[in-house]
Ligand binder design. Structure first.
Ligand code: E4P
Length: 226
């Protein structure tokens, strides 16, 4: 399973891409609206930070097929080969996915809350489907179960569309969708840190340094320890 970062915050993107094996960035209109500056410039800056080879997913704002396709063509022309237009799974969005597929523009079906929405989007040509795990949990559903259903439906039907699980509140939700076979997740910077953090790892590293220095002196490391 691969990791993407769900943010438009440039500092967070720089830090995460520097530290972790990130494969891309996802944004949505809400995420973009939290940043200052022009919409297209923010996306261009993200592209220049992550490079041409990583995925960049940004959402169309329009709600009619014709306008969604226009937005997608505009963004696709500017943001490079690894650009994915996020299209919500409303009826006009599904229609737009069919049109975008024919034009060779990569698609991420977004605002997915049921397995049937995911399957219809896949049939319409989506490359990824993005189920919103925590938003489902928040209405007393089970987001992880929905991801499991999508995994099952796609496997049963030999569907090539991949799952980009989204909307997480904690590391456990991420681990659960990973175990079910989601190919990718998009998480915010805080959750990305939490996925690697463990108090016993921190304690163990501190202890290793302390024990080594007790024999080889303060600041000793592999290349200067005598
Ligand atoms: C996914 O495509 C969305 O951008 C995002 O993950 C939604 O997350 P939220 O429910 O935390 O806003």
């Amino acid at each position: 399973m691969i990791y993407l970062l769900d943010t438009a915050n440039l500092e967070q993107i720089k830090r995460a891409f520097n530290l972790y094996p990130m494969e891309g960035v996802t944004t949505n209109p809400t995420i973009i609206s939290k940043q200052k500056g022009s919409f297209i410039n923010i996306l261009k800056e993200i592209r220049s930070i992550i490079g041409e080879n990583k995925m960049l997913h940004a959402q169309a704002i329009s709600t009619t097929c014709e306008e969604i396709v226009k937005e997608a063509e505009y963004l696709n022309g500017i943001l490079g080969e690894n650009f994915y237009i996020k299209v919500p799974v409303i009826p006009e969005g599904i229609k737009a996915m069919k049109a975008l597929k024919k034009k060779g523009i990569k698609i991420t079906a977004t605002a997915v809350f049921t397995a049937q929405q995911a399957l219809i989007a896949a049939n319409a040509g989506a490359d990824f489907v993005a189920p919103y795990v925590n938003r489902i949990d928040n209405i007393s559903g089970n987001g992880v179960d929905v991801v499991g259903q999508i995994v099952e439906l796609f496997a049963n039907g030999n569907v090539n569309t991949k799952i980009l699980a989204a909307s997480f509140k904690n590391a456990q939700q991420v681990n659960e969708v990973a175990l079910l076979g989601a190919e990718s997740v998009t998480v915010n910077a805080e959750i990305m840190d939490k996925l690697i953090d463990h108090p016993l790892t921190t304690w163990s590293v501190d202890q290793f340094v302390k024990d080594f220095e007790s024999v080889y002196g303060e600041g000793a490391v592999a290349y200067n320890a005598k």
